[in-house]
Design a binder for this molecule. Sequence first.
Ligand code: FUL
Length: 469
Amino acid sequence: MGKMAMFLHFGPNTFTDSEWGTGHADPSVFNPTRFDAAQWVRVAKDSGFSRVILTAKHHDGFCLWPSAYTDYSVRSSAWRQGSGDVVGDLAAAARDAGLGLGLYLSPWDRHERTYGKTLDYNEFYVAQMTELLTRYGDVKEVWLDGAKGEGEKDMEYFFDSWFSLIHQLQPGAIIFSDAGPDTRWIGDEFGVAGSTCWSLFNCSNAEIGRTDPQYSTRGDPAGQDWVPAECDVSIRSGWFWHASEAPKSAITLLDLYYKSVGRNCLFLLNVPPNSSGLISPEDILVLQEFSELRNAIFSHNLATNALVVASSTRAAGDSRFDPYNVLKEGLFTYWAPKKNQPDWTLYLDLQESVSFNVLQIQEPIHMGQRIAEFRLEILGDEDEKWKKVANGTTVGYQRLLRFPMVKSQFLRFVIVKSRADPLISYLGLYLDNFSILSHDLPDASRGRSSNSSQFIHHIVVNNSQLATM
Ligand code: FUL
């Protein structure tokens, strides 16, 4: 399962310094002289993203593919004398690189003259969707939202028909919206999930364009639908590229990674190509640093050599449920306790005293999301008493928890509450020297200065030297 997707906001807004285009910008403004979709895909792949999602049409109505249903598209632009196709180029580049393709087709369209006439506009939207889903090979995700400016014409979108059409044309595609049906908006644009986050949800409790952030951020343990969440945020303050904006720091992205991927969600990071048609060098640098940080922290599980004992094991001797499965990579091998137990605990002996400050836990998510409360304890060296170092509620496909550094040889992972017999597919312990230090960085949540960049590089290099010593 991919953990991160790259959002690409691109269109006339990129050239007019706007976020919500009026729909009346002259199509000739769209002219990316160095356009290269392969560069976007390379950047995404090199920094660990498994999918790219493009604004095929944003609210301004301008189509990044030559749609037969409007003349407001790349065909009317100066770019490649009107013969270019951004969607086509990106689809080909993504296919070549083995990355998934997602497309955003904005329901709100400020250009189209049928907008506001329910039947006509729905027909138009469905025709455009059909073009997108029949011309470009496999589409992994269709992304749509309920954004609409104030005072805009009132009309109804036939979401249910749209969703059936999408599933019919692209059975492998997941549909994103405020209300699912396949993946949901987390309810904020900061890239942050609730510290309790269920993939379970009731789509019928949610309405596109009228999100209840409390409900969306937590999910619903009693929900009837399986709708994991996506945390979207931009690497810069705007969704589209603006010459005046700078990317966030790598340490800020790392923090968002903990709060999205580390809370059972997909991290959907927007990296807007600039007006030359390329991802800017300063954004690439931050993305490289972000992947160096993740590698430095997560490439070595400090529990790998641990001895593992469980409070009970289902069908003892059956390797399918063995407690040692929690140290094997991958979601499909796991530990299962015996049925109806009063206690669900995994004991680890690390065989030497180890310092760590991050816990990673994974549930075999194809068996459902079960765990509702857990804690991690270490055995004190001096007093030989169990001490709690971290606790949490939900786990899901992946939970990451940071806590002040501790040092211990013995620990236990205790599941306190679970919707069904809990299953654990992975347990990792890591040392993160960066998040802690980030408190001292003046620009941790804002634009990155070259000093902090050098600083991160220095720590990553030193850290990897330490690791090989
Ligand atoms: C919102 C839109 O209004 C923004 O412009 C942006 O595309 C964001 C991802 O979704 O609904």
